[in-house]
Design a protein around this ligand. Structure first.
Ligand code: FEO
Length: 395
């Protein structure tokens, strides 16, 4: 029997823990410790559920709801996002509580209707609409493209709580549910990884919505996202961190990613890394086939320089580098310099093709692409070291 966890007076966590999840959203975001789908139950004259869970965990959610409500009805369901990790349980929960009224943004109504073909009505909401459940008032703010067109955030002034859905999420599974017993840097790093892999393409929208929320001067005791821990102790820290993420702030940091069969491209990567490192820059080097992509994108988020290296495979870029470049283009990063490099045997164009892909993804080429025929000599490695030192002078 799954039970609800009380978070504060009249507010309960009724979500689910997906402990075996290692690939969040398919292959897009590899994770290490599983995740949670957070749903919240609020008791008042009318009872309200905020968000549901992924479909396969609906029985967990329902058991937790029933552990609090017993024979009481569920009056309202506020669905803040149509993606299946939050809407997947809606049909079964609505079936269990057929008299509940469902509220969602207009985009969410459209997407839920298209995904699940429900034959029950949903009440569309827009920014500044409110719902009064007795002593509590809920105000809604549309959060378009953070990270779907239908995302929404809900604020309750009497509870001093923001229900933020995907915003401020992370994949921390903590049985105490809040940040109070956790290290601050760990929490912020997890939020950064989540931002880098889920929200990074939409920094402009994040900035606008953050400014809107801050201008509302809300009194906030809790931020309750749809994944991971509830922010309570580190609220100023996560708000400040999000402003930095949204500003695409970069530091003197180089991320070098590569793929190499016979170590020639790896030797180039290491020579570049030493050049950046000796110039005082922070450096991260990743062989893509050895590294989960979510770490690479977390580290890349605040890097000023991104160097991408590949050996040459039948005149093409290696598969892992090709996948990385596709992901990078989708991420729409801003304010970064790029460099393509790599070794070849008889077809020298792969590094310049990488360079072009970087430019097409919005990076500025900071040096002519480096193409190395077979293994680099000591003089050539020294040259790559010097190229990194030259690039570092402009960082
Ligand atoms: Fe957590 Fe966009 O779903």
């Amino acid at each position: 029997m799954k039970k609800a966890t009380k978070l504060k007076e009249n507010v309960y966590w009724v979500g689910a823990r997906d402990l075996n999840c290692r690939n969040f959203h398919g292959e897009l975001y590899p994770i290490e410790e599983g995740t949670t789908y957070n749903a919240y139950l609020i008791l008042d004259e009318q009872t309200t559920l905020i968000d549901t869970v992924e479909e396969e965990f609906t029985s967990d959610c329902l058991e937790r709801i029933q552990s609090v409500l017993k024979d009481q009805p569920l009056d309202n369901i506020i669905l803040q996002h149509a993606e299946p990790d939050h809407s997947g349980g809606l049909m079964k929960i609505k079936a269990a509580y057929p008299n509940a009224t469902v509220y969602a943004s207009q985009g969410c109504v459209r997407n839920v209707t298209t995904q699940f073909h429900p034959d029950f009505p949903m009440n569309p909401l827009k920014t500044n609409d409110t719902l009064c459940t007795g002593k509590y008032n809920f105000t809604f703010v549309e959060m378009q493209m953070i990270h779907w067109p239908d995302n929404m955030l809900t604020y309750c002034p009497e509870l001093k709580t923001v229900f933020s859905n995907d915003a401020f999420g992370q994949h921390i599974v903590n049985y105490q549910l809040t940040d109070e017993n956790l290290d601050k840097n760990y929490c912020i790093e997890q939020a950064k990884e989540y931002f880098a892999n889920i929200v990074l393409s939409y920094t402009t929208q994040v900035k606008a919505k953050l400014n809107l929320i801050l201008s509302m001067n809300l009194e906030i005791e809790d931020i309750m996202p749809a994944h991971g821990i509830i922010w309570r102790k580190y609220i100023p820290d996560i708000l400040e961190a999000y402003q930095g993420f949204a500003d695409s702030k970069c530091k003197r940091k180089a991320v070098i990613v590569y793929e190499s069969v016979w170590k020639h491209t790896q030797d180039m990567a290491e020579a570049l890394a030493e050049g950046f490192g000796d110039a005082g820059m922070e450096v991260k080097v990743y062989k893509l086939s050895n590294t989960r992509s979510s770490i690479v994108f977390r580290e890349l988020m605040d890097a000023e320089v991104v160097c991408v290296g590949s050996g040459t495979y039948n005149n093409e870029i290696s598969y892992s580098v090709g996948a990385f470049l596709t992901h990078l283009k989708a991420a729409k990063v801003k304010g970064k310099k790029g460099l393509g490099f790599g070794a070849f045997g008889w077809f020298p164009k792969v590094p310049s093709n990488i360079d072009q892909a970087l430019v097409d993804s919005g990076l500025t080429s900071c040096h002519e692409a480096i193409a190395q025929a077979f293994s680099p000599s000591q003089d050539q490695l020294e040259n790559y070291y010097q190229i990194a030192q030259e690039i570092a002078k402009d960082c």
